[in-house]
Design a protein around this ligand. Structure first.
Ligand code: IFM
Length: 455
C-alpha cells in the first residue's frame, strides 16, 4: 500500500470548544523525577533494566532515586504555586499503575497520582497528563514492546484505566511524548531503552506507536467528552546552508523525517515518503485500514523544541543525504546550538496546517552547568535562553498562530536518560544527595514573567 495513501486535507477549528487563556506552565516526566523505582508495588520499566546494563548511562547512574519527587511531591506543588504556574505537565508511569502492563491495576500507584492531581487543583494548577513518556513496562518489552502490534490494545487498556482513575479531575491529556525520539533512539539506534537496533524494529515501533496513539485517543474521547486531547512531537527547524536547490531539498528531507513523520499521517497526509524514500519500508507494517485508524482530530498539538540545524546536501551520507553543519553558535550542556529562530519557524509551519487547530509549546528549555553559590543558582544563560525563545513564540502568536500555552522544560533538574544526571534542565535545582530544592534565578525570572504576562 502506498505510504501516502489516504491523504485528505480538512480545515479544522476548535469552534464550540472553550479556548482557555494562555497557559504558562512547566513540564516533567515520571521516570525522570519520581525515583521510588520499586515503591508501593511499581513494576520495572525498560529504563530500570536498561540503566542497569553496563555503559548504557554516561555517568553510570540510574533513575532509582530520580529527583525524589515521589516523596517530595507536596513541596514541588507548593513551589509551582509560588511560581504562579497555571499548568503542570507530568507523565504517568505505566508500570506504576499497571505493573504487569495489562490487567491488574496497582491502587497504590493510582493513589499517588490522585493525590498529586488533587493538590494541583487545590492550588489552581491545571494538570496536563502525558500518558506515555518512554517508561514502558519491562514485561511488555519482553513481548516485543512497541514492535508488537498488540501494543495497540495494551496501550488503549492502560489509557482507559488512567482515565477511569483520574478522568473526573483531568481535562487535558497528551497521549504520546515524542514518538520520533523513543523509536529512533530506542529501536533504531539502541542508545535509549530498550536498546534495540535496526530498521525492522524502528518501522514496526513507529507504525504501531501511531496506531496505538489513534486507538487510545479514541478511547479517551469516548470515555471523557470534556477532556482536551493532545499529543506531542519533537521538532527541530532546519535551514539550508546555501540558497541552492540541493541544500534546500536537504532541509526539506530533514523536516520530513525529523518533524513531519509523526504528524502528517495523523492529520491524513500519510507518511512523508515522497521526500524521504527509505520511509517506504514502513509499508511492510501497514495493513489495510491502518491509515484511517492513525488519524485523529487532536484538540491541540504539543511541540517540543530545543535547537535548530543547518544542513548541507551530501550524497555520500546514506538514507538522508545531508550533513549537519556547525555554525559556531553558543551551545547548551547537551551540545545543542542556541538559535531561537527555530521555535518561530516551527510554529509558523505547523500553524499553517489547516488540520491543526491549536498549538502548545509543551517543552522548551536548556541544560547548563549550574552551580550553587551561597544558596543561590545564578543561571543567567538559562534566563537569556528562555527570554529569547519565549519572545519568538510570542512573535509567532502575534503573527496569527493559535498558540495557547508554553511549558518550560523542566520544572526540576532530573535524570536526562542516557546522559544521566549531569545535564541540569530544571528551573529548580535539585541536590541529588539530600533531595533539597533551590529556586534558580531562572525560576524567579519565569515567575515575574508570568505575572507580567498573564492574559
Ligand atoms: O528530557 C527530555 C524529555 O524527556 C523529552 N524531550 C527532551 C528533553 C531534553 O532532552
Amino acid at each position: 500500500m502506498p505510504a501516502n495513501l489516504n491523504s485528505t486535507k480538512r480545515k479544522k477549528t476548535n469552534k464550540g470548544k472553550r479556548t482557555p487563556p494562555f497557559i504558562w506552565g512547566a513540564a516533567t516526566s515520571a521516570l525522570q523525577i519520581e525515583g521510588a523505582a520499586l515503591a508501593d508495588g511499581k513494576g520495572l520499566s525498560i529504563w530500570d533494566t536498561f540503566s542497569a546494563r553496563k555503559g548504557k548511562i554516561k555517568d553510570g547512574t540510574n533513575p532509582a532515586k530520580g529527583s525524589w519527587h515521589y516523596e517530595r511531591w507536596r513541596e514541588d506543588v507548593a513551589l509551582m504555586a509560588k511560581l504562579g504556574l497555571a499548568a503542570y505537565r507530568f507523565s504517568i508511569s505505566w508500570p506504576r499503575v499497571m505493573p504487569e502492563g495489562t490487567g491488574r491495576v496497582n491502587q497504590r500507584g493510582v493513589d499517588f497520582y490522585r493525590r498529586l492531581v488533587d493538590q494541583l487543583l487545590k492550588k489552581n494548577i491545571r494538570p496536563y497528563v502525558t500518558l506515555y513518556h518512554w517508561d514502558l513496562p519491562q514485561i511488555l518489552q519482553d513481548k516485543g514492546g512497541w514492535t508488537n502490534r498488540d501494543i495497540v490494545h495494551w496501550f488503549s487498556e492502560y489509557c482507559a484505566q488512567v482515565d477511569k482513575a483520574l478522568g473526573p479531575l483531568v481535562d487535558s491529556y497528551i497521549v504520546l511524548n515524542e514518538p520520533f525520539v523513543y523509536t529512533v533512539l530506542g529501536y533504531l539506534l539502541g542508545v535509549h531503552a530498550p536498546g534495540r537496533r535496526g530498521f525492522k524494529n524502528f518501522f514496526a515501533a513507529a507504525h504501531y506507536s501511531l496506531l496505538a496513539q489513534g486507538a487510545a485517543a479514541r478511547v479517551l474521547r469516548s470515555a471523557n467528552r470534556k477532556a482536551r486531547i493532545g499529543t506531542t512531537v519533537s521538532c527541530t527547524a532546519a535551514y539550508p546552508l546555501r540558497a541552492v536547490e540541493k541544500d534546500m531539498a536537504a532541509a526539506r528531507r530533514f523536516d520530513a523525517f525529523y518533524n513531519r513523520m509523526f504528524v502528517d499521517p495523523v492529520v491524513g497526509r500519510g507518511y512523508p515518503a515522497g521526500e524521504v524514500p527509505f520511509l517506504r519500508k514502513i509499508e511492510r507494517y501497514i495493513k489495510d485500514g491502518d491509515l484511517p485508524q492513525i488519524q485523529f482530530d487532536f484538540d491541540f498539538w504539543g511541540i517540543n523544541t530545543y535547537t535548530t540545524k543547518v544542513v548541507k546536501a551530501n550524497r555520500l551520507v546514506p538514507y538522508l543525504g545531508f550533513r549537519e553543519i556547525s555554525r559556531g553558535l553558543p551551545r547548551t550542556e547537551m551540545g545543542w546550538e542556541i538559535d531561537p529562530r527555530g521555535i518561530y519557524t516551527l510554529l509558523k509551519q505547523f500553524g499553517s496546517y489547516p488540520e491543526i487547530k491549536e498549538l502548545m509549546i509543551t517543552e522548551n528549555g536548556a541544560a547548563f552547568a549550574d552551580t550553587v553559590v551561597a544558596g543561590r543558582v545564578h543561571d543567567r544563560e538559562r534566563i537569556e535562553y528562555l527570554r529569547e525563545h519565549i519572545a519568538m513564540a510570542e512573535q509567532a502568536r502575534a503573527g496569527g498562530v493559535n498558540l495557547t500555552g508554553y511549558f518550560v522544560w523542566s520544572l526540576l533538574d532530573n535524570f536526562e536518560w542516557a546522559e544521566g544526571y549531569r545535564p541540569r534542565f530544571g528551573i529548580i535545582y535539585v541536590d541529588y544527595v539530600t533531595g533539597a530544592r533551590i529556586l534558580k534565578d531562572s525560576a524567579l525570572w519565569y515567575r515575574d514573567y508570568i505575572k507580567a504576562n498573564r492574559k
